[in-house]
Write a protein that binds this ligand. Structure first.
Ligand SMILES: [Zn+2]
Length: 286
């Protein structure tokens, strides 16, 4: 039996009693296509369908657990229980009714911790699954063995978040860096032209897309140390999460928007980038 201490225990019967045991080797994330909290999800599985998951995660990050992770769940087709006794831990998440919304910050935080728990408790491999039966983390749509007729689950935005945010965060929290840490050499240098190009280009890329990743990481780490950017957004992508942090830094430097009351524009100029580098140990080149 394996129950996650951060989850509310809402055990489903008769499933818990009657379904076979599994040895969990995967974690598969879903969107439920409904804005339901963990209690509403329990009622749905109790009364309406037997395609239950082990966990449900609400928008606010609260978690329900419906079955021990050593009991088979039924949402992942052939990955529920394979001939060798292995199977998937299944995680549903609240979404809008089209599964077109991204995971909230609170969901991402809860999912990352849950992913780490899966690694520590069951030895789930710290990587994206490389095949339908390979140990690791995945999203429902990844392999045909995971759904009988194909699925878009968990939706485009969450699929992008899985690669760019959730999986790297699980690896990071489990103690294995997802990307080389910035600042490995003394006083790295950052090109103003590169940072400005990345600020123009990255917001239009899929979530987490990068133009000059290494230099972006240096700048984001500085913004994080300055208390302006959450740690999870240090990804080298100078997108919509980074711009407000840059704006705040510019205001610390005394800049304001063009019109009275407008915030600073959030696009680095030479002075604001140079001053950030002077404070946090990087050089700025042309
Ligand atoms: Zn699904």
């Amino acid at each position: 039996m394996a129950w996650y201490t951060e989850a509310v225990r809402l055990e489903l019967q008769p499933e818990a009693r009657e379904q076979p045991k599994i040895r969990p080797t995967q974690v598969i994330f879903h969107s439920i296509v409904a804005p339901w909290d963990e209690h509403r999800l329990y009622a749905y599985w109790k009364n309406s369908t037997s395609l239950e998951s082990h966990f449900g995660v609400d928008f606010d990050g609260s978690i329900g657990q419906y079955l021990s992770t050593t009991t088979r769940a039924d949402a992942n087709y052939q990955a529920n229980l394979r001939a060798d006794g292995s199977g998937a831990i299944s995680v549903e998440t609240a979404s809008n009714t089209k599964a077109s919304d991204p995971w909230t910050d609170e969901q991402l935080d809860a999912l990352a911790d849950l992913g780490v728990w899966g690694h520590r408790t069951h030895g789930i491999q710290l990587r994206a699954c490389r095949s339908g039966s390979d140990s690791g983390y995945g999203i429902h749509r990844m392999f045909p063995q995971w759904s009988p007729s194909g699925t878009a689950c968990p939706g485009e935005k969450r699929a992008a978040q899985f690669r760019a945010e959730l999986l790297p965060e699980i690896l990071k929290r489990a103690g294995k860096p997802a990307a080389p840490a910035p600042g490995g050499t003394k006083n790295p240098s950052v090109s103003l032209r590169h940072i400005q190009a990345a600020q123009r280009r990255d917001p239009g890329l899929p979530q987490g897309g990068t133009t000059y990743k290494a230099e972006g990481l240096v700048v984001e780490t500085a913004l994080y140390r300055e208390g302006l950017l959450a740690k999870r957004w240090i990804d080298g992508s100078l997108g919509s999460r980074t711009r407000p942090a840059v704006s705040e830094w510019q205001e610390k430097c005394g800049y304001r928007g063009r019109r009275p009351g407008e915030p600073a524009d959030g696009h680095f100029g030479r002075d604001s980038l140079t001053r950030l580098g002077q404070k946090h140990g990087f050089r700025v080149t042309a």
